[in-house]
Design a protein around this ligand. Structure first.
Ligand code: AIR
Length: 449
């Protein structure tokens, strides 16, 4: 084949060149992949170098039958973007340092916990279409560390060939609690009964549904956007915006199961974690892992968590939060489409951490071993009540003196009551000793200003 068969006219080439300039990296990469043999022939006829496209991994592999994993040259850094730069992004970057990756973070605060751990930091709004699109268009893969992101931009990036973990379709469902509840319903996933309230009047008309939990459809996290409504007196706490009113379940135990799914639908499930929530702040106080529950309950929880992730039909890492009621029935509370607070212990206490696992998924490597090495607990270090301002830590010496204790401070410069400032992992094969240590850590470690 002669080169003029590929490029019919010079004029056409020039206009195509201009057109390509505006294309995202992933789209150019896909075009090269599709036309690799033609490009190779062209290069042979013209004796030109491959330098223009040699940094595209797939251009270095000739076989179209090899898998994506094999096609990727492991020496070429995968450009990974993270939407959000909080503690979850920070811990993901800590794990990313072990791989051949080039990391990019988008967050609107350049002093955020992840800012100085990535190769490239972009200050910008993760909720803004254009900002997210421009950030992602030169990347190979993008993940999220918080749900409040612009999904439409992720959808466009996905269409143009950027790999998004998890798929925007899953983020879209999870991001809106009304849609998430409807999704469980339509996929026969057991989740507490609910009604939708569009505003406060809707809620007042459904008082007979109380006691219930009122969850804001969009934007809530870390206890924000959730209110327990027991009776009429609690109406003042309810949201005057689209929300889910979820029937209260008699909870014996709350647990979370983390599941990773790779591009070929292979899955890895972590042992369940018992999560203990702060009743006032509505956020994780501490957790114990692996959960000590009857085998049949654990099996059921694992089965349901897998059912949830398979229904989302998306590669990535998910944390499925569940309730066990007084009759040992398992209910899905909600799912996070990302690395999760209930999985921090996996950094030290499991063979493969949740962060390492997500990177394996994104890099197309085999999934890791989820087994626990030793039973563990994590205690969330929350900003102390009554203190706001530049963060100061008290009691680090005492806590680090406890055997098998690992401190993670998130580097947030400003503390405020209830803000997640860090966590401590403690490991022991004696469960009573674990709880004793948890109480010790809670008593000693304080974040004040
Ligand atoms: N996060 C995301 N969803 C739930 C939680 N906890 C993490 C993410 C996010 C950070 O909390 O890492 O970036 C935001 O924390 P803060 O304290 O800045 O509100």
């Amino acid at each position: 084949m002669m080169y003029y068969e590929i490029i019919p006219s010079l004029q056409d080439t020039i206009s195509r060149q201009q057109q390509f300039r505006g294309w995202p990296r992933a789209k150019k990469k896909a075009l090269i992949e599709q036309n690799f043999h033609k490009l190779q022939l062209l290069s042979q006829c013209q004796n030109m170098s491959h330098s223009k496209y040699k940094d595209f991994d797939s251009a270095q592999s000739l076989s179209s039958s090899t898998t994506q994993a094999n096609k990727r040259n492991p020496s070429t850094p995968l450009r990974i973007g993270i939407l959000g730069g909080g503690q979850l992004g920070r811990m993901l970057l800590q794990a990313a340092a072990n791989y051949v990756v080039e990391t990019y973070v988008l967050e609107n605060d350049d002093h955020c916990p992840a800012a100085h751990l990535c190769h490239h930091f972009t200050r910008g709004d993760i909720k803004d279409f254009e900002t997210v699109y421009q950030f992602g268009k030169e990347l190979d893969a993008v993940t999220i560390e918080i749900e409040a992101v612009n999904v439409e931009a992720l959808e466009k990036l996905e269409m143009e060939g950027v790999k998004i973990y998890p798929k925007p379709s899953a983020i879209k469902v999870i991001k809106n609690k009304i849609v998430q509840k409807e999704f469980y319903q339509s996929n026969s996933i057991p989740s507490p009964a609910f009604i939708i309230t569009k505003n406060i009047n809707d809620l007042k008309e459904n008082i007979s549904f109380l006691p219930a939990v009122h969850k804001l459809a969009q934007g809530g996290y870390d206890g924000r956007g959730v209110q327990v409504l027991k009776n009429n007196d609690d109406i003042k706490k309810a949201f005057d915006a689209p929300a889910v009113l979820e029937k209260m379940v008699n909870i014996k135990q709350e647990i979370a199961v983390i599941v990773a799914m790779d591009d070929n639908k292979g899955t890895a499930v972590y042992p369940a974690t018992e999560t203990i929530f702060d009743p006032v702040l509505n956020l994780l106080d501490y957790q114990v892992s692996p959960a000590e529950l009857p085998t049949s309950v654990l099996k059921e929880a694992e089965h349901i968590a897998l059912q949830v992730v398979k229904s989302f039909d998306s590669p990535g890492l998910f944390a499925v939060e569940m309730f066990i009621d007084n009759n040992d029935k398992v209910w899905v509370n909600e799912t996070a489409p990302r690395v999760h607070n209930s999985g921090h212990h996996t950094i030290e206490a499991n063979y493969c951490s949740q962060y390492d696992m997500l990177l394996r998924v994104m890099l197309n490597y085999p999934l890791g071993n989820t087994a626990s090495i030793l039973p563990s607990s994590i205690v969330n270090i929350l900003g102390e009540n009554g203190y706001s301002g530049a963060a100061k830590y008290e009691g680090l010496n005492e806590v680090l003196g406890i055997k098998n204790t690992f401190v993670h401070l998130y580097g947030k410069t400003q503390t405020k009551p209830g803000r997640k400032m860090g966590h401590v992992t403690v490991m022991s094969d004696d469960r009573n000793e674990l709880i004793e240590k948890v109480n010790n850590i809670k008593k000693n470690l304080k974040v004040i200003s």
